[in-house]
Ligand binder design. Structure first.
Ligand code: NI
Length: 157
């Protein structure tokens, strides 16, 4: 496994629409492992493949630090409710902004073995599903920020 370089806003790769994954190859597995390692190393709760420069529909999420999720070709099937709160992105370092998202999200995807999975989340997990899946279509949360982007203090432990 290896830490990959995280692309930052302004990099055109973050604005592209990613391609569906057709099969899991050894390279795909390596990408997934690297994405998880890169996300944890950066203290993030989610990371999408285009953020490490790969235009594939793959995201990793872990909102608790002990529940890694791998979503291949994820699709939002259902949403409900609304939450408004702070959001940040590893590709927009040092910033945060207020974004309104659904409070409940149901997702269909494939896991790292291409087995179909269905996941549900509320609150932070629902927000992470929406944020990461947006990345796969070339969208950053900054497009949805209400008001101004704010500077955040570094919260390194
Ligand atoms: Ni992001």
């Amino acid at each position: 496994m290896a830490i990959r370089n995280i692309r930052v806003m302004g990099d055109p790769i973050l604005e592209k629409v990613c391609k569906e994954v057709k099969e899991i190859t050894p390279r795909t597995r390596e990408l997934i492992d690297d994405m998880l390692e890169t996300m944890y190393e950066a203290n993030g709760v989610g990371l999408a493949a285009p953020q490490v420069g790969v235009l594939k529909r793959i995201v990793v999420i872990d909102v608790t630090g002990e529940d890694p999720m791998v979503l291949v070709n994820p699709r939002i099937m259902e949403t409900s409710g609304e939450q408004t709160g702070g959001e940040g992105c590893l590709s927009v370092p040092g910033k945060s902004g207020i974004v309104t998202r659904p409070n409940y999200v149901k997702v269909k995807a494939y896991d790292r073995d291409m087995k179909p999975i269905e996941l549900e989340g509320t609150e932070l997990l629902a927000r992470a599903f929406c944020h990461e899946i947006d990345h796969l279509d070339g969208h950053l949360y900054v497009e949805k920020v209400e008001g101004e982007l704010a500077d955040v203090e570094d919260e390194e432990e």
